[in-house]
Design a protein around this ligand. Structure first.
Ligand code: FAD
Length: 533
């Protein structure tokens, strides 16, 4: 291990890996120190149910890949990163076997017709509205990306600007996302679908002040790609990209201290006492409380920063628990008799018939208990990629909205782990009669507490910090820190608690690189880049 670098990054999650690759390419000798035994953190793939069955327990939907800067700049395809873009992107079926709603990929223009027909079974108004909006977003999508892949300029991270362009009343920017959905759509079936998609991929549905956050969903929905061989291949590609540039990556290296020299970040100390010097900067991908309060230390911070960091809110809007099932057969939904694509949609909502059920489900989670209705968003990646299950078998993975890790005791989480999958399977059977216990070879349940302990996703919050009106855009994580710098000179932040938040986007890592490039006079290659960011 070298004892001195220009730049040191604490944590090798996707954002740390992104920052590392760009810094090394820009000429800074860079090393990443990761506490786990592998790169990528939540971009992981696990064989947690039975041998040969793969499950992406965390990120599964790779929706940013059209823009994802390192994917293009470092040619990750050369490093083995491959994607599949399933045609039927999202579907909801119903327990009484009513026709499903299936939404198709935006890749082919003719798919809009299929999406329209599917929604119009329940409401022509909703079909016109949704398809109209999605087409407008296609025109605007590269402009939306500019807001995403730049440091934040306003409290909505630029998202609010698009409401007038889309014909959505501006007052809804500061309403809740539920209010926006209720304004746009009328049918119970389509609202059920929209509520569920929104909650799972975005902010808390009913939280006032976050209406503009729905833009993220408009932008990325139906753009979902699947990584061949597991989402972890993306993390691996990102690490290889940095290493190919000359970056060093150290595993099993927990950082316990940021070293200071005259108030400036000058290096790190590992758990075993080893110290490594940083000639220019230290950046942290680890959670903000651990970075500032433990590694830097309260005694080295101003009273304002201590108060800001301590009051930063983590959980509850982005807390998910995952289920993983090794199956003999893929689910065969009752609703599939009207449209067989119901059985091969990439993201499938199961267990909800009405918008009220989704609301109750979310209110349970927010109130600190596992939802009484065990419904989920699910995917069966083995339908497209044989790497995910032994021949003829299938691997299903899914997410439940869940309370924060600290809402339940360890014993209560153990109880959930032991019982919730059964509850889910019993409900599943009402939507897909072949989903009996006999169809399940093995199962696994992954809690928010597991996520905190294994990945340091605190409270199981996949953004490592709630989306709240005072924690978005240039208020994220708090105004003094929103430009990726800290009050400690030479110390930067690059975790999902920064704008634009988490996701397999590389956004935070890329934006942090831009700020560092500015501070250290590195080439600003993006200023002349045809993609515009
Ligand atoms: C259940 C779930 C489902 C998700 N689904 C999707 C999805 O479908 N699509 C999508 O786009 N996104 C999804 N996400 C979100 C996405 O996975 C995360 O937002 C993203 O991976 C966060 O990456 P990161 O690099 O910012 O942070 P992290 O992944 O949190 O990386 C931080 C790294 O720092 C390391 N670290 C912490 N402390 C130390 C220390 N002291 N010393 C050294 N290293 C340290 C950690 O081990 C970790 O590797 C999901 C997340 C979850 C939890």
């Amino acid at each position: 291990m070298k004892k001195e670098y220009d730049a040191i990054i604490i944590g090798g999650g996707s954002m740390g890996l992104t920052l590392g690759a760009y810094l090394q390419r820009a000429g800074m000798e860079t090393a990443i120190f990761e506490r786990r035994w592998e790169e990528g953190s939540a971009i992981c793939t696990s064989e947690c149910t039975a041998p040969g069955f793969l499950h992406n327990l965390h990120a599964n939907f790779c929706e940013f890949m059209d823009w994802h800067p390192p994917y293009h700049d470092f040619k990750l395809e050369e490093l083995g990163v491959r994607m599949i873009y399933p045609e039927a992107q999202a579907a909801i079926g119903f327990s009484d076997g009513r026709p499903p709603i299936v939404l198709y990929s935006v890749e082919k223009p003719e798919n809009f017709k299929k999406t329209h027909e599917s929604i119009a079974q329940y409401s022509k108004h909703d079909a016109d509205t949704y398809v109209g909006l999605r087409k407008q977003i296609l025109e605007l999508q590269d402009v939306i990306a500019v807001n995403y892949y730049n440091p934040p300029q306003d409290t909505t991270g630029g998202r609010g600007d698009f409401f007038p362009m889309l014909g959505i009343p501006s007052d809804l920017i500061t309403a809740s996302c539920k209010a926006v959905i209720d304004y746009l759509y009328e049918s119970s079936e389509f609202k059920t679908m929209m509520y569920r998609i929104l909650q799972e991929f975005g902010p808390a549905l009913e939280m006032e002040g976050l209406g503009a956050m729905i833009m993220g969903n408009f932008w990325i929905s139906l753009n979902w790609r699947m990584m061949v061989g597991g989402t972890h291949t993306l993390a691996h590609g990102l690490e290889m990209a940095g290493v190919r540039e000359g970056m060093d990556f150290y595993e099993n290296c927990e950082v316990v201290k940021v070293l200071l020299d005259n108030g400036r970040a000058s290096g790190i100390q590992l758990k075993d006492g080893t110290q490594i010097k940083a000639r220019k900067l230290v950046a942290s991908n680890a959670d903000i409380k651990a970075t500032m309060l433990d590694m830097v230390g309260e005694e080295n911070l101003s009273e304002t920063w201590v108060r800001r960091v301590k009051n930063y809110r983590i959980g509850y809007s982005n807390v998910l628990a995952s289920t993983a099932l090794a199956l003999h057969e893929a689910p065969d939904y009752k609703s599939a008799k009207y449209n067989p694509d119901m059985n091969k949609a990439f993201y499938t909502i199961v267990g909800f018939d009405t918008p009220e059920e989704i609301l109750q489900y979310i209110r349970d989670g927010v109130s600190g208990r596992m939802p009484g209705i065990a419904g989920a968003g699910t995917w069966v990646n083995s339908l497209w990629d044989p790497n995910y299950a032994p021949k003829g078998k299938h691997s299903l993975t899914g997410w439940f909205f869940a309370p924060k890790a600290s809402d339940l005791t360890i014993e209560e989480w153990d109880e959930v782990k032991a019982t919730y999958n059964d509850k889910f399977i019993q409900r599943f059977e009402k939507w897909a009669p072949n989903m009996t216990r006999d169809n399940v070879i093995a199962d696994y349940f992954y809690t928010p507490l597991d996520q905190e302990l294994e990945m340091r996703l605190m409270e199981g919050d996949f953004q490592n910090g709630s989306y709240m009106p005072n924690q978005t855009g240039h208020n994220r994580p708090f105004p003094e820190a929103s430009q990726y710098r800290t009050e400690i000179e030479g110390l930067y932040l690059c975790g999902p608690y920064m704008h634009p938040g988490g996701g397999v986007s590389s956004g935070v890592g890329y934006n942090c690189f831009k700020v560092v490039a500015h501070d250290f006079g590195l080439e600003k290659f993006w200023e002349n880049h045809p993609r515009g960011f």
